[in-house]
Design a binder for this molecule. Structure first.
Ligand SMILES: Cc1ncc(C[n+]2csc(CCOP(=O)(O)OP(=O)(O)O)c2C)c(N)n1
Length: 376
């Protein structure tokens, strides 16, 4: 054998629920879960998908400037989101609507940024869900900084369940090529920090396939940094929950970082500005449709748990009500006042910024007030 002839072993994809909806065991990742809890996860998945499809429709109707859909990635997000404890902190990209849902961020709030009326719109400390990050991978470093703070606060490895804290950093396969993410890995390893890196490998970084970015499966990169990496079926909500729970528990108890690669697929376009038919084959999409994250839970609930149609009808009705609510609330999101742009730049207003704000206010006042009854 030569050095270049060495082929790493096939990755083991952690799975607890097959695409056909059959529960399977994994020796390393047991999951203690009731059928009611699986039903609750199903509800999460359906409501997140309904919210997401409604947001896509709102964009198409001109109510949002842009939308980054999470269609197909619901299980990866809900599994990770439901593994968090209240005190844990999540650092999302711009597509983690399912995690936001699990953190109880009102979905309407998420729309503000995409409608262009807010720069985020929620208080990251209220739900321990940081603001969306458009700069790829930047949040991995923010997460590491936060994890350093958690460590220095002595909130790791105390054995108190309500105190020990973990940090969960989300990013995509494309972002894993960024320097920031690799720097974050180094700092997390060097400091043995309580951070779980959660890479949703949805196979595409806009039009760039993952094979063109990495010679090895992404989770195997962790070994080079000195911490464990695991690949989980990102369309299997139970497996994502079990693996995330374990990694977060280990982080909280002081065992350091983990990289989770949730192997999934972006069913829709990268954003509503993108046309994936220009670079992606329809056969690929068809293959992934058979691995739909919602269908397999439904199949399990019907066949193995004997759940009746009333349960599913109830969730459909709830999803419909959610769609109606967000549609109305989206249209009512108020435009920001022009001067608001100055308000949340720094914690305390600087003299320079105050002067700029005053100049801008004077400039705005220089316009003649529109005549009574005039429309713009
Ligand atoms: C630093 C930086 N470089 C480039 C971009 C432009 N950009 C936005 S999304 C994207 C692809 C991201 O792919 P991936 O990380 O796999 O996440 P996905 O959108 O597929 O969830 C690129 C290149 C950016 N936002 N930030």
């Amino acid at each position: 054998m030569t050095l270049h002839g060495h082929v790493p072993p096939e990755p083991d994809l952690v799975q607890l629920l097959t695409p056909e909806g059959v529960r399977v065991e994994h020796p390393d990742f047991p999951l203690d879960i009731t059928e009611d809890e699986i039903g609750a996860l199903y509800r999460d998945l359906v409501l997140v998908r309904r919210f997401d499809s409604e947001a896509t429709a709102l964009q198409r109707q001109g109510e949002l400037g842009l939308w980054a859909s999470c269609l197909g990635q619901e299980a990866a997000q809900v599994g990770a989101g439901r593994a968090l404890r209240t005190q844990d902190m999540a650092f999302p990209t711009y597509r983690e609507h399912g995690v936001a849902w699990c953190r109880d961020v009102d979905p309407v709030t998420l729309l503000g940024m995409f409608r262009g009326v807010s720069l985020g719109g929620w208080n990251p400390n209220e739900n321990n869900f940081n603001l969306y990050t458009i700069v790829l991978g930047a949040q991995a470093l923010h997460a590491v900084g936060y994890a350093m703070g958690v460590t220095r606060d002595g909130a790791v490895g105390t054995g108190e369940p309500a105190r020990d804290t973990a940090v969960l950093a989300f990013f995509g396969d494309g972002a894993s090529s960024q320097g920031d993410v690799n720097e974050a890995f180094i700092w997390a390893a060097a400091g043995n920090l309580p951070v779980v890196f959660y890479c949703q490998n949805n196979q595409w970084a806009i039009s760039e396939p993952v094979e063109r970015q990495s010679r090895i499966p992404l989770f195997q990169r962790a070994a080079g940094f000195g911490f464990p990496g695991v690949r989980v079926d990102g369309n299997d909500v139970l497996a994502c929950l079990a693996v995330s729970r374990m990694a977060l528990n280990e982080a909280r108890s002081g065992q350091g970082p983990t990289l989770i690669e949730a192997y999934t697929y972006r069913m829709g376009a990268h954003t509503t500005s993108d046309d994936p038919t220009r670079y992606r084959l329809s056969e690929e999409l068809e293959t992934w449709k058979h691995r739909d994250p919602i269908e397999r839970v439904r199949a399990y609930l019907v066949r193995e748990a004997g759940v009746g149609s009333g349960f599913f009808d109830g969730i459909e009705a709830e999803a419909e009500a959610l769609a109606v609510r967000i549609r109305a609330a989206c249209r009512e999101l108020a435009d920001p006042a022009p001067l608001d742009i100055f308000d949340n730049v720094y914690v305390d207003m600087t003299d320079e910024l105050a002067a700029q704000k005053a100049d801008f206010a004077e400039y705005l006042e220089s316009f003649e007030a529109p005549a009574q009854g005039a429309t713009r």
